[in-house]
Write a protein that binds this ligand. Structure first.
Ligand code: TRP
Ligand code: ZN
Length: 898
């Protein structure tokens, strides 16, 4: 297909693809980078003095091409000599300087306009402050530079601005500050650590801060500051506690000490992602810093803790050791997600955290891996790198590291990461370097394992077993396969760790693997890790005295789809007494799936789901979960929660939106009727007057109580509706308020509907000045499963609370509707699709990264019936025909239309 046929106007070139195989070392390196920002209302002048020298590892070059985008060049001088028009040439997004010597100083002055920068990349204005976002390739919107992660330089930055911006920040340590002319002032920061430009940051604003300190393991005192708009000063404590916990944890678990005298976090309202790990100056989306019980749900608190940890951990996994090129993104992201997830597991409940991570992976990442944007965790090519900050690079990337940790064991894994940090400190490296360090430190051959880095797709395991009573032998035969993905049709077998145990009538059986290496027999002999390395393998266990129920893939030891033909009775055994908490939950999900799939069959054959009843065994099993005092309440809550519509859709080859929604609801209603008394007890036993606490136990108790409320509200009983409204009105924390509001809004009971209107109104009146709370108010309405929600969403776009330029508002309203409300998004012959395409087209020029992210639901068109397929495809084609399509949107739409 030519560019024109693909929708690109004939005179324009289709954006070009970048390939990993084309990587070349940079021709020049930059020893020091001295920056001076003169911030004025409406424009900022950037002076950049770069000390450049030829890279000894590259062929000698006598010209230099620098990246630069949307810049106005004011002047350029080489070693003090002003360059003339013949000395350089502008390219599309670059500047080439001719006749460059072996070593020189380049001084450029450029003019940029942060106030009109709506892409939120480079230097931009967010409400009252100026801030930057440079990852991945945003630094080129600030000045001409070698904007690639393998060019690491020592930065000194001076910021000059009006005194109405009292706080002037950049990376590293403050080395100078003072007054300047015209009621202006300046601050100079020096970062002693070489870093790539994507880790550069600058902030200027009228900010308040909280301050604390941390004494590192070697006894150095580090000043910690969190900067926010003054109105948010009361919402910083949780982030500060999380930061100190993270710093201690990284010392204890990875031996990593913080390296500067100061660590700063700044919260900004307009931000494309969660947060950014700029050296010594992390910049955060307000949604990932601010938290207090009155405004923030428990999930919000946990997100703050996780993101603070994530960005802090990048100081080593990303900053001290960084990426050679953007194909290596998972080197820092996968590893850092693994690190933050282990941190959260240590701070709260390990099993609960695992259930949450696996749920995310199986719904969103598996779907991505099965769709048109599927890519290996180390992609081979991209058009726009911003499109590769994905569930695959992050979450699957973390699973790959987790498997390495499982295969190596705790001690060898730590030896490996020590070697990695030590060997590569100050370098820009590859995923190969990471795996090599682990292999060298452990003595293990990880050649086969590396296929996880280059092959996309979710592997499938098909497991069968055989019990030979006479021989007392039990065998497991495991076959693996992997469906084709865009970059690769035929997959080689993966190296897959399968943690397992065998359940006998009195608990876990001891495991004696036939022909096993001796070390298989050491340690806990009821729990083992089998290593699958070929397409099919059989593992035989000896001295097995009864036919066991196998507990497979414990803790979700590999990111795969496993099939083993469990009977309902087997699942009930696993759910009630497996020693692996994760597999108990997994069994509950399988039972839920079984029930929903049965209801779906009836629905699809035109049957009636009214008064749908569940099998008595199943009800008894769920009842016993509710009565099991040994279980963590958070686990009971998750075990009672049926698989989501998103997960059910991922599992289906052809998504039947209505069948999924109505069958799942029917099963929920059936459970609510069958377990009414037990659910009532859970709800009533909860002390609604207790003071708020954020301990893991208190969070767990709230989540179980609110799951119970969700079921009870399906009974459409006026007394329960009133109890729900009372919870809404009298709770002292946002978790309980939102849980009640969500139930009122989604209930079809006329009384609930009436109370919901009042509650929504009251909620807005009360919280209209808290932007993050207003976002929750938008989300609740956009997620309403009752008919008419699209009209509500359109009306809310006109509401003063909405701001179509703020990514958090877009996510709260538009994404919640299009991603989190399938029954409405897919309704009425494609009006939802058209609505989404309208939003994407409007955002394409304003904020390409957000526009591109919004596309996801349309990219899944092949999973729907032919009528929906053509309606969704038509909207993709409409987007494709837009002139001036951003690279971001172009890449996703063109790949989805193949
Ligand atoms: N490195 C950031 C993180 O994962 C991701 C990030 C923040 C980002 N802002 C971005 C990626 C903007 C692309 C564009 O912690
Ligand atoms: Zn990250």
């Amino acid at each position: 297909m030519t560019a024109a046929e693909q929708g690109f106007p004939a005179k324009e070139q289709a954006p070009k693809t970048i390939y990993l195989k084309d990587y070349q070392v940079p021709p020049y390196l930059i020893k020091t980078t001295d920056l001076r920002f003169e911030i004025y209302e409406g424009e900022t002048l950037v002076s950049a003095m770069l000390h450049l020298y030829r890279n000894p590892a590259a062929a000698p070059a006598s010209q230099l091409t620098l990246h630069g985008a949307d810049l106005e060049l004011v002047s350029i001088a080489l070693d003090g000599k002003i360059l003339g028009a013949d000395d350089y040439e502008f390219g599309e997004e670059n500047l080439t300087i001719f006749n460059t010597p072996a070593e020189f100083k380049l001084l450029t002055i450029t003019k940029i306009k942060p106030e009109s920068n709506t892409s939120l990349e480079g230097l931009y204005r967010s409400r009252t402050m100026y801030c930057t976002q440079c990852e991945a390739e945003g630094f080129r919107k600030i000045t001409y530079y070698l904007d690639r992660p393998d060019v690491m330089s020592e930065f000194t930055t001076t910021v000059v601005a009006d005194k109405k911006f009292p706080v002037l920040l950049s990376n590293g340590n403050l080395i100078d500050q003072g007054d300047a002319e015209n009621n202006r002032h300046y601050a100079t920061w020096h970062d002693p650590f070489k870093k790539p430009a994507y880790l550069f940051a600058l902030v200027a604003g009228d900010l308040a801060h909280i301050e604390d300190s941390f004494t590192t393991c070697s006894g150095r005192d580090v000043t910690l500051k969190i900067f926010v708009e003054p109105k948010d000063l009361d919402k910083c404590d949780h982030a500060m506690t999380s930061l100190k916990n993270s710093m201690r944890w990284d010392e204890e678990v990875y031996g990593r000490e913080y390296d500067l005298n100061i660590f700063m976090i700044v919260a900004v309202d307009d931000f494309n992602m969660g947060a950014m790990e700029n050296k010594g100056l992390n910049i955060f989306n307000t949604s990932c810093v601010l938290a207090k019980p009155e405004t923030t749900t428990d999930v919000g608190f946990q997100r703050v803790e996780g993101v603070v940890a994530h960005e802090y951990f990048h100081n080593w996994s990303g900053n001290r050791v960084t990426c050679r090129d953007w194909f290596q993104l998972s080197l820092k992201e996968g590893f850092t997600v693994y690190r933050d997830s282990e941190f959260s597991a240590d701070m709260g409940s390990r099993t609960v955290k695992r259930v949450e991570d696996v749920t995310l992976l199986r719904t969103l990442q598996f779907a991505e891996d099965a769709g048109p944007m599927a890519h290996p965790i180390r992609p081979e090519s991209y058009i726009e790198i911003s499109n590769f900050y994905t569930m695959t690079v992050y979450e699957k990337g973390a699973e790959i590291i987790r498997m390495l940790a499982t295969l190596l064991g705790k001690e060898h894994f730590r030896k490996g990461t020590d070697l990695y940090f030590d060997r590569h400190d100050g370098q820009a490296v590859t995923t190969e370097d990471f795996v090599a360090a682990l292999a060298d430190a452990s003595g293990r051959d990880l050649t086969l394992f590396k296929r996880w880095y280059s092959q996309a797709g979710t592997p499938r395991l098909h497991i069968t077993d055989h019990y030979d009573e006479d021989a007392q032998e039990y065998s497991l035969t495991i076959k693996q396969s992997c469906p084709p993905t865009p970059e690769c049709q035929e997959k080689l077998p993966f190296h897959i760790p399968i943690a397992m145990g065998l359940l006998g009538s009195a608990g876990d059986l001891p495991l004696y693997l036939k022909n096993a290496e001796p070390d298989f027999e050491t340690g806990d002999n009821t729990h083992k890790v089998l290593e699958l390395t070929s397409a099919e393998q059989t593992f035989v266990f000896e001295r097995v005295q009864e036919k066991p129920v196998p507990s497979l893939l414990r803790g979700f030891s590999a990111p795969v789809k496993m099939h083993y033909d469990y009977s309902i009775a087997d699942l009930i055994v696993l759910m009630s007494r497996d020693s692996d908490g994760f597999n108990r939950w997994e069994a509950s999900q399988q039972l839920g799936l079984h029930a929903i799939h049965q209801a779906m069959k009836v629905y699809q054959q035109g049957g009636d789901l009214k008064n749908w009843a569940l099998e008595p065994d199943l009800i008894a099993a769920y009842r016993s979960i509710l009565q099991d005092d040994s279980l963590d309440k958070a686990m009971v809550a998750y075990m009672l929660s049926l698989p989501s519509e998103a997960y059910l859709s991922e599992l289906a080859d052809l998504v039947d939106v209505e069948a999924i929604h109505y069958s799942r609801t029917a099963v929920r209603i059936a459970l609510a009727h069958a377990l009414r008394d037990e659910l009532m007890r859970v709800y009533q036993d909860y002390d609604h007057q207790q003071p708020y606490s954020a301990t893991a136990d208190a969070i767990a108790a709230r989540s179980l109580k609110n799951v119970a409320l969700g079921y009870l509200m399906l009974l459409n009983d006026d007394a329960l509706v009133q109890a729900c409204e009372q919870q809404y009105r009298t709770s002292n924390n946002m978790t309980d308020v939102m849980a009640a509001l969500t139930q009122l809004v989604n209930s079809s009971s006329p009384l609930a509907q009436q109370l919901a209107v009042k509650a929504l109104d009251d909620f807005y009146q009360r919280w209209q000045h808290e932007s993050l709370v207003v976002n929750q108010w938008l989300t609740v309405q956009a997620s309403c499963v009752l008919p008419g929600t699209l009209a509500t969403v359109k009306k809310l776009q006109q509401h003063p609370a909405y701001d179509g330029k703020n990514p958090n508002k877009i996510r709260a309203l538009i994404s919640s509707f299009c991603n989190g409300n399938p029954i409405n998004f897919h309704a009425n012959a494609g009006v939802g699709y058209e609505f989404l395409a309208d939003q994407i087209i409007a955002l394409n020029s304003q904020n390409p990264q957000i526009a591109s992210r919004l596309l996801t639901p349309l990219t899944k068109w092949k999973k729907y019936n032919v009528q929906r397929q053509s309606l969704m495809k038509a909207q993709l084609e409409r987007i494709m025909a837009v002139s001036d399509l951003s690279k971001d949107v172009y890449e996703v739409v063109s790949k989805s239309l193949v």
